[in-house]
Design a protein around this ligand. Structure first.
Ligand code: PLP
Length: 406
């Protein structure tokens, strides 16, 4: 991979017309180690956040030896970089054939469930393979409610009373029992974790069954930008937030239970930025070469405020306007689809024009992973950049103006 000091250097050298992902392996390693050293249990990176081989490889080098996986492709991706990695199969609803593959081929021994029929599916495969249920830990996924930017808890999870029954049933069969939850993504308050821990403690005492593992899921927030017209909201420090959640787990009586966390965003977000090019400026609209069907899928650009920085094309010598005057531009994506317009404006110097580049920071989580080939546009160009996004000069503008609390 070609290496540059900054995204600006890459833009000037390559003058790219295609979107270019700037990978920062040092930042990825640092953020992985920050989490891993703050969390006393096992750190299982959530592969769905960004499952690129270069990312998994770097994480394995950084000592991440547990991965949270949900599909055969993710089993394979994790084992390709770390053959001895421990895999946590935390999808509560699995195909029968995938359960078999997990147990037989990948020797996965920790799986999540939130319904008795899923337990029956797993048991069928366990019997078919003549495995001892005692070798396998089933994590009962608890329903949780909270204030995540993305509420993933509505879809999965057993209500407390149901979870206690499931725990008893699983223990009765002879499986080992754990509890898990996933409170959503970009969760900035620890109350949400605390509510989930309270629920886990209730299920544990109600069921009266020994709990051998507590998996607190992901959801830990990554730093993003903020509305330039408002005061920056304080971003919780990862180490402090993790310590607080661990303290709460101990207060709820989980001191003696081994723990797992499944961070995704907090590890991957800062490790990539994206260089996009302005293909046309039309008044207050910018047409760029990426969009909601590629790296900027609208589901999250509407909620997360991405930092962005204008990289003016030095070949354009005549500019009109004042570079210090930062104004909102409506951003239209690369495809011909009329919904391919970002829901929030980019705030950029009014001097921005056709041919300029924009570096969008902190897009390592849920951007590359959500790319489609729609309309034939599929960004897939990578360079390595050695300077963190924040150190590459001030981000004068922001790709979205909504704050996380909205
Ligand atoms: C998506 C997911 C994660 C990772 O979530 P982040 O918000 O990126 O930390 C962890 N666990 C489960 C079960 C998930 O579905």
């Amino acid at each position: 991979m070609e290496q540059f000091k900054t995204a600006r250097d890459a833009a000037h050298a390559l003058r790219p017309d295609m979107p270019v992902y700037c990978f920062r392996p040092q930042v990825l390693r640092a953020d992985a180690l920050t989490f891993k050293s703050a969390f006393p249990g096992k750190t299982a990176y959530a592969v769905k956040t960004n499952g690129e081989d270069m990312v998994l490889r770097e994480l394995a080098k950084a000592g991440i030896d547990c991965f949270d996986v949900a599909s055969p492709a993710e089993f394979a991706a994790a084992r390709a970089v770390a053959p001895d990695a421990e895999l946590f199969y935390t999808h509560p609803v699995k195909a029968q054939s995938d359960i078999r593959l997990a147990l037989e081929t990948y020797r996965i021994r920790i799986l999540a469930v939130d319904h008795e029929d899923e337990v029956a599916k797993i048991l069928r495969t366990v019997r078919g393979l003549d495995l001892d249920p005692e070798e396998i830990t089933l994590l009962v996924r608890l329903a949780s409610r909270g204030h995540a930017a993305y509420e993933l808890s509505k879809k999965f999870g057993a209500a407390p009373g149901h979870a206690a029954e499931l725990v008893q049933r699983i223990a009765g069969i002879g499986f080992r029992v754990g509890l898990c939850f996933h409170v959503g993504s970009q969760v900035e308050d620890t109350d949400t974790y605390e509510r989930a821990l309270a629920s886990a403690a209730w299920v544990r005492s109600r069921s009266g069954v020994p709990i051998e593992l507590l998996d607190i899921g992901g959801g830990f927030p990554a730093p993003y930008g903020h509305d330039p017209r408002r005061k920056a909201p304080p971003h919780p420090d990862t180490g402090e937030l993790v310590a607080e959640v661990v303290r709460e787990a101990s207060e709820w009586g989980f001191d003696d239970v081994p723990m797992v966390a499944e961070p995704g965003r907090v590890i991957a977000a800062r490790s990539f930025s994206l260089i996009v090019r302005v293909l046309l400026k039309k008044g207050k609209r910018l047409y760029i070469n990426d969009g909601i069907w590629a790296s900027l899928s609208d589901s999250w650009t509407g909620k997360i405020t991405l930092p962005a920085r204008l990289l003016p094309d030095p070949a354009r010598r005549k500019r009109t306007g004042d570079p210090a005057n930062v104004v909102p531009f409506k951003v239209c994506g690369a495809t011909c689809d009329s919904v391919d317009i970002l829901s929030r404006p980019f705030f950029l110097p009014e001097t921005v024009n056709t041919g300029d580049w924009i570096e969008i920071g902190h897009i390592g989580a849920y951007s590359l992973a959500l790319r489609t080939r729609f309309n034939g546009f599929y960004p897939d160009t990578f360079v390595e950049v050695t300077t963190p996004f924040e150190a590459g000069g001030p981000a004068e503008s922001f790709a979205s103006v909504e704050t996380m609390a909205d």
